[in-house]
Design a protein around this ligand. Structure first.
Ligand SMILES: Nc1ncnc2c1ncn2[C@@H]1O[C@H](COP(=O)(O)OP(=O)(O)OP(=O)(O)O)[C@@H](O)[C@H]1O
Ligand SMILES: [Mg+2]
Length: 282
C-alpha cells in the first residue's frame, strides 16, 4: 500500500482550564487518511474540530498537543517550521468552514481574493491569476462567474459564498481538504449541491477529504469511512455503508437521536451515556 496522506497516532490535546489545570479535549486519537473520504462524526464537544485543527497546527498557543505521530505526507506537524506549516495551510491542505463570511475579506472583491490565493502558490502575473480565478469559479459551478469575480462577499448568497470559499481553497491545488461542517449553515437543497460539488472535485483531483459533521446519514451517504468520536476518543471506525448497522452502543445512540422525516415519534430518545465509554481505549 502507498503511504497514507495523513497519519495520526495517539493524539492528545489539552487546554488550560479556569481552575489552573488542564482540560483534555482529545484523548489518544488515532486515524489515517489516504486519497479517500473520511467522515468524522460525534456529538458537540467530542473533539472533531480540535483534531482537524491540530493537523494544521491551528490551535491556540496555550493548547498542549502531543502525539506519537502527527504526519501529513511525510511532514512531521509536531516539529515542522512555521514556514513549512504556512505552506501546508491554505496550500497543500484546504480548510472549509461552516460560514464563509469569517474567512472571506469583506472589503476585497471575490476575484481579487481568489487571485491572491492563487498567486501565493503559483507562478504568474495578475492577468493569469484573474484568469485562474475565473476558471476556479467555473469549476465550482457558479453560473455567472464574471459578475461574481467583481462582487464583494456580502453581495453573494450563503450557498454561493461557500462555493467561492471552495474555489479559494482549490486555488493552490491542495492534496487534501478538511471540511468542518461545510454545509450546516445552508438549507437542505443547497447543502446537497455543495456536497455533490465537493464530492466531484475530490474525486476528479484525487484529493483526500476529512468531512467533519454531526449529520450521520449525510456522512454515511457521502464518505468511504467514518470515525465516530466521543469525549475526545474514537469509539469506532467503520465503512460508511455500515454506519446504519453499527453495533457500538454510542453510535447506535447517535443514530437513534437523529430525527426521521418518514417517522412520527412523540419525542426523540435521549442518549444514555455509558461511563465505560470514557475509559481510555487501547
Ligand atoms: N480554543 C479552545 N480553548 C479551550 N477549549 C477548547 C478550545 N477549542 C475547543 N475546546 C474544547 O475542546 C473540546 C472539543 O472541542 P471541539 O471543538 O473539537 O468539538 P467538536 O466535536 O468540533 O464539537 P461541535 O460539533 O460542537 O463543533 C470541547 O470541550 C471544547 O470546549
Ligand atoms: Mg466542531
Amino acid at each position: 500500500m502507498t503511504q497514507p496522506l495523513v497519519e495520526i497516532q495517539n493524539l492528545r490535546v489539552e487546554f488550560p482550564s479556569s481552575s489552573g489545570g488542564y482540560n483534555q479535549a482529545v484523548r489518544g486519537v488515532s486515524m489515517s487518511l489516504g486519497r479517500e473520504k473520511l467522515g468524522i462524526v460525534g456529538e458537540s464537544g467530542s473533539g472533531k474540530s480540535v483534531t482537524g485543527r491540530a493537523l494544521m497546527r491551528l490551535l491556540p498557543e496555550a493548547a498542549r498537543v502531543k502525539a506519537d505521530k502527527l504526519v501529513f505526507d511525510g511532514v512531521n506537524v509536531l516539529s515542522a517550521s512555521e514556514r513549512t506549516m504556512r505552506g501546508l495551510r491554505g496550500g497543500r491542505i484546504g480548510l472549509i468552514l461552516q460560514d464563509p463570511k469569517y474567512s472571506l475579506n469583506p472589503v476585497m472583491t471575490i476575484g481579487a481574493q481568489i487571485a491572491e490565493a492563487w498567486r501565493a502558490h503559483n507562478k504568474g502575473g495578475k492577468k493569469e491569476a484573474l484568469e485562474a480565478a475565473l476558471n476556479l469559479l467555473e469549476q465550482v459551478r457558479i453560473r455567472d462567474p464574471r459578475r461574481v469575480l467583481d462582487s464583494y462577499p456580502h453581495e453573494v448568497s450563503g450557498g454561493m459564498g461557500q462555493r467561492v470559499m471552495i474555489a479559494m481553497m482549490l486555488a493552490p491545488n491542495p492534496d487534501m481538504l478538511i471540511a468542518d461542517e461545510p454545509t450546516s449553515a445552508l438549507d437542505a437543497s443547497v447543502q446537497a449541491e455543495i456536497l455533490r460539488l465537493i464530492d466531484d472535485l475530490v474525486s476528479a483531483r484525487g484529493m483526500g477529504l476529512m468531512l467533519i459533521s454531526h449529520d450521520l446519514p449525510l456522512v454515511a451517504r457521502f464518505c468511504d469511512r467514518v470515525a465516530v468520536m466521543y469525549a475526545g476518543q474514537v469509539m469506532e471506525t467503520l465503512p460508511a455503508q455500515d454506519l446504519h448497522h453499527a453495533e457500538h452502543a454510542y453510535t447506535r445512540g447517535l443514530l437513534d437521536c437523529m430525527p426521521h422525516l418518514s417517522e412520527k415519534r412523540a419525542r426523540l430518545p435521549v442518549l444514555n451515556r455509558d461511563p465505560k465509554w470514557l475509559e481510555p481505549r487501547s
